[in-house]
Design a protein around this ligand. Sequence first.
Ligand SMILES: Cc1cc2nc3c(=O)[nH]c(=O)nc-3n(C[C@H](O)[C@H](O)[C@H](O)COP(=O)(O)OP(=O)(O)OC[C@H]3O[C@@H](n4cnc5c(N)ncnc54)[C@H](O)[C@@H]3O)c2cc1C
Length: 494
Amino acid sequence: MLNRRNFLGTGALGAASLMASPSLAGVTKAEKADVVIVGAGLSGMNAAMLLQDLGMKVIVLDANDKVGGRVRTVDTPDGPLDVGASQVGRGYARVIDACQKLGLKLIPEDRDLLTFGVHMYDQWIDPKTWAANPLNLTVGEERNIPPHLMGSSIVHKYNPLKELDEWLDPKYASMDISLRQLMQQKGHSEAAIKLAEYSSPGIGVDQTSMLRMWQEETRGALDRRLGTEPSRRDHPFGEANDHKLINGLASISNIEGGTFQLPKAMAARLGDAVRLKKMVKQIDLTDKSGTVTCADGSVYVGRFVISALPFTMLRDVTINGRPNPIARKAITTMPYANTARLYLHVERPFWKDDGMAPSFSTDGPIGMFWAIDNHTGEGQHRAMVVMVGTVGAAIARYGHEEAIQFILDELARLRPASKGLVKVRTYKDWARDPLQRGCGFSLAPGHVNAYARKMNTPWQVMHFAGEHTRRIDYGMEAAMESGERVAIEIAGRA
Ligand SMILES: Cc1cc2nc3c(=O)[nH]c(=O)nc-3n(C[C@H](O)[C@H](O)[C@H](O)COP(=O)(O)OP(=O)(O)OC[C@H]3O[C@@H](n4cnc5c(N)ncnc54)[C@H](O)[C@@H]3O)c2cc1C
């Protein structure tokens, strides 16, 4: 098990010996470092900070003009708005620790999702009376599962994992299958499988391995165990916020001023080690060093290299080194899910005009509408149209303006009362972000057995970080976990 104390206990390491490595002699034009880190997201920068603390010279390269990757905060008339990561759980040890060290304040999330209705088969459905609804073609106990919770309920029901890293245990190799296959094995009706298509965690009922879904589910259960009351899972995505403070932390916290404050403060700590607008194009590996070449011709040579890029991006980087079929397969085939969100300001709660549930899930092209409130009263509210899974993948076909108009039109069609009352604050489609091409990694059925157990093995001197290399965590904490892991690996080899 990774252990921060063990890691810091190796602190006698010095940079000087590494810098004097004969393998780097003879390289004149390239800038040299002990470790060249590609990607200034949380994973790359966490590794950089830990290695710098050990006295190593690190250089962190990022193609963007800012650090943070999938942590991004935009300014809006309603204040800072996180279009990437925003929620910090009570179990986020590394994120919380970094916030404390860097002087950032965690504040309880002020966002509550209002009740969900369901729009399916071109009709409004009341989840409370769904069991008796003639449109409900499911059978037996399935009938009691609200249609928008079918996917997540089934995933939860059959989750066999007790420990956070068990998803990688070969004893579960036979479960590296899709949700459709699992439901068929367990004798579920075709109607239930159809409903799961609209509410499956991961990309979809056919695209994502159960082991990948259960990893996330099992990690989520850990945060729930740190809560004060049983969690309510009455909406299709995420948890109800219980608001109670334990050791000063709510079940969900945000970083004051927006999550971007974290990578910004990490970059400030790293100083001139961070180099922006450095699009890495090629990595040449030997057993003694790695040479990283950027699109602008600049070259960096490290005794070690860390790839902290999502594989959607690493697959465009030419990697020369000893053949490594497992890494190549992972890099070239790992699927990525999309999230696209339209962030709205609601002038007046239109759900009080039409009398319907404020939030809703739909089997149509906009997925979910989240009505957000922190006072449950009158006046202005926030809202989000949240498109994930196959809906998120489909919306990525549209350009920015076209997507916004399409979503607003569909919202107005479903909820005419919303017309004129919603104002767009911003829109973000992560699949269309040229430096991301997706919101997060997935693993297709068969991918855990094919490569996930071994894909973190270093490729000569290159180590792999990034949330997609997680073992036990999720979200930002997975990125931090992976940064810590590669720092330990390198400290152990140096
Ligand atoms: C919409 C959304 C909501 C989320 N919500 C939450 C949440 O509430 N809570 C939570 O914990 N997590 C959340 N996450 C997940 C979290 O943001 C990620 O797990 C984490 O930020 C990933 O960090 P990373 O270092 O692995 O990768 P990234 O942040 O993707 O960093 C990779 C970096 O590589 C750079 N790069 C790409 N290509 C190149 C290249 N060729 N050369 C050089 N640099 C390159 C990119 O610019 C980027 O900065 C969310 C993510 C999204 C997209």
